[in-house]
Design a protein around this ligand. Structure first.
Ligand SMILES: [Zn+2]
Ligand SMILES: [Zn+2]
Length: 189
């Protein structure tokens, strides 16, 4: 390994997301398939939804030695947990992402953003993390037609029923039209 290598911190081979490429032996064309289940890393998600820490992530991977390094491709499936952006009920679902990353043997061939092998080890966690963050729903919902909360009183509209309303204006329409006022003006006008 060249002394000017930018990889200053070595990977921990005991970390679950650090994978050994030892069997590939740096011979281009050598390939290995693997299926494994790894614990989800912490803090993987956005405000409303994410992959719970230590949840089981199922991976189907293909490791292939190429000239410059090891190409990892495959798919990962993980559970998602969060809350509905409309009614704040808990939401649980699943996410499936494709993974593809070339891990370079040497930083001489790689650019700043590229991933490097640390000897025979590679760290798949950043690849998985990036793929999941890109694929997360921006506003998760408990169901497609979730009516959300009443803007007036905060009651859950799915439970309150379709005829839930305040005074004469249906709060949902009022909010859409920006008509909500605090006064008791004559609404027939
Ligand atoms: Zn909902
Ligand atoms: Zn209400």
């Amino acid at each position: 390994m060249p002394s000017e290598s930018r990889m200053t911190q070595h990977l921990d081979p005991r970390s679950p997301w650090v994978i050994s490429t030892h069997d590939l032996g740096k011979r281009p064309g050598t390939m290995r398939q693997m299926s494994l289940v790894l614990p989800a890393p912490a803090d993987l998600g956005v405000d409303m939804i994410g992959v719970p820490k230590d949840a089981e992530v199922e991976l189907d991977l293909r490791l292939e030695a190429v000239m410059e390094g090891v190409l990892v491709s495959g798919a990962a499936r993980a559970p998602l947990a969060g809350e509905c952006a409309r009614c704040l009920d808990p939401v649980s679902s699943e996410i499936e992402v494709d993974l593809q990353e070339l891990f370079f043997y040497s930083d001489e061939d790689a650019s700043e953003e590229d991933s490097l092998l640390d000897g025979e080890l590679l760290d798949l966690e950043p690849t998985f993390r990036d793929a999941v963050v890109l694929a997360l729903p921006l506003s998760p919902v408990c169901r497609e037609d979730c009516p959300g909360l009443c803007v007036e009183c905060g009651v859950k509209l799915a439970e309150a029923g379709a005829d839930h309303r305040h005074e004469k204006i249906d709060a949902r329409w009022a909010s859409l039209q920006g008509l909500i006022t605090d006064t008791d003006n004559d609404q027939e006008k």
